[in-house]
Design a binder for this molecule. Structure first.
Ligand SMILES: NC(=O)c1ccc[n+]([C@@H]2O[C@H](COP(=O)([O-])OP(=O)(O)OC[C@H]3O[C@@H](n4cnc5c(N)ncnc54)[C@H](OP(=O)(O)O)[C@@H]3O)[C@@H](O)[C@H]2O)c1
Length: 337
């Protein structure tokens, strides 16, 4: 890949590494920013390239070094990787070594028995397709996106080990694995000599399953944890306090957050939480992110965004991280209602 003189690319803020803190990812050499940016929504072929590009520029300027993709992000599937490839090529080619770029395979991607789940056949060929779409020689992290009930775990983990040894990825991770399966996968990878760098589960104030088992497994094994949907897809912001705005995820065709998820009991809780946030000089979104980061085993909060200002708001909030015991208890009381 030809790289032009640096002056012909985007010129990021020189003070970008002073804007956000970094946490070590488990017992590894990698540090990740407290906030990472995901490409699940708003980076597809149906979205505006210039807005996607502006979000990546904003994120990078704020010290966000980690960009999270997957084979199926779009729509259409694959197009978020193409968008990222274009942005990288136009703006960030000289900055590749300042970035941690991840992709995944595990959900349906192409017809027939080899385009889904966890076979070696699927994982290796899918990653080859992802690399082509992004114009990369390797990704920094490659994940198995979800457990496969039918493929032997050994085969999937051996495929991850092969992917690292063949130079397609520097590190591997798992996503959506429950505690028991995660422990097994981590052990197999360790025995193969390719340690599991990171686990990517969902975690937010409304969905706390990782607190009962998984976090302990990760901590004990020195595996990092990057939590996705820390804002519950936008519910844990002030966005829906007065109805469903037209430009929100719940109003758009996404099947993942729908108007019926925006219920009165949910919004009443968010209103009370928002009051606590305000008392601490934070926005609701800032408090929700800081809450996920209160546990040191959580390496990074993996957010989505639809505009640059959302990323700015959240990164700014990480500069004021600590919660008193009292405010944590107040939050617990509201969540338990
Ligand atoms: N491994 C997996 O299985 C898996 C699954 C899901 C996601 N992920 C990863 O996690 C990433 C994040 O997921 P997510 O998008 O659900 O995360 P999220 O951070 O919970 O939700 C992001 C949405 O919240 C809203 N938002 C963000 N910042 C805001 C702010 N400051 N004020 C008001 N609203 C704000 C935006 O919604 P609007 O569009 O309404 O503005 C944005 O699109 C994905 O991109 C992907 O990389 C992984």
């Amino acid at each position: 890949m030809n790289v032009l003189p640096v002056s012909q690319y985007y010129q990021p803020q020189e003070n970008r590494y002073e804007q956000i803190q970094y946490r070590r990812c488990g017992r590894s050499g990698i540090q990740l920013p407290l906030v990472s940016l995901g490409f699940w929504h708003n980076f597809g072929g149906v979205d505006t390239l210039e807005n996607s590009r502006a979000m990546v520029r904003t994120a990078f300027d704020l010290g966000i070094t980690h960009f999270d993709l997957a084979n199926n992000y779009g729509p259409p599937p694959g197009s978020a990787e193409e968008t990222f490839g274009q942005i990288l090529q136009k703006d960030f080619r000289p900055f590749r070594d300042e970035m941690i770029i991840s992709s995944k395979a595990g959900y349906y991607m192409w017809p027939g028995p080899y385009g889904d789940f966890g076979s070696r056949k699927y994982l290796v060929s899918s990653l080859d397709q992802s690399l082509k779409r992004m114009g990369l020689d390797y990704v920094d992290i490659f994940y198995h996106h979800r457990p496969d009930p039918d493929t032997p775990l050994e085969e999937t983990m051996r495929a991850l080990d092969f992917i690292v040894r063949s130079g397609r990825a520097l590190y591997v991770g798992i996503s959506n694995y429950r505690a028991e399966d995660a422990a097994k996968a981590i052990k197999i990878l360790a025995d193969l000599g390719t340690p599991c760098l990171i686990h990517q589960p969902n975690y937010n104030m409304f969905d706390r399953w990782i607190e009962s088992g998984l976090l302990k497994v990760l901590d004990n094994n020195g595996v990092g944890c990057i939590v996705f949907s820390p804002l519950a897809q936008g519910l844990l912001t002030n966005k829906y306090l007065n109805g469903i705005p037209e430009d929100s995820r719940a109003a758009k065709p996404s099947i993942f957050l729908q108007p019926e998820h925006v219920t009165d009991p949910v919004i009443n809780k968010v209103k009370k939480l928002n009051k606590i946030a305000q008392d601490h000089g934070l926005s609701m979104a800032q408090m929700a992110i800081n809450w996920t980061l209160r546990k040191p085993v959580v390496t990074s909060a993996l957010i989505g965004a639809s505009r640059p200002s959302q990323i700015e708001e959240i990164v700014k909030g990480t500069q004021r991280q600590s919660f008193s015991e009292e405010s944590l208890q107040e939050i617990e009381n509201i969540l338990a209602e």
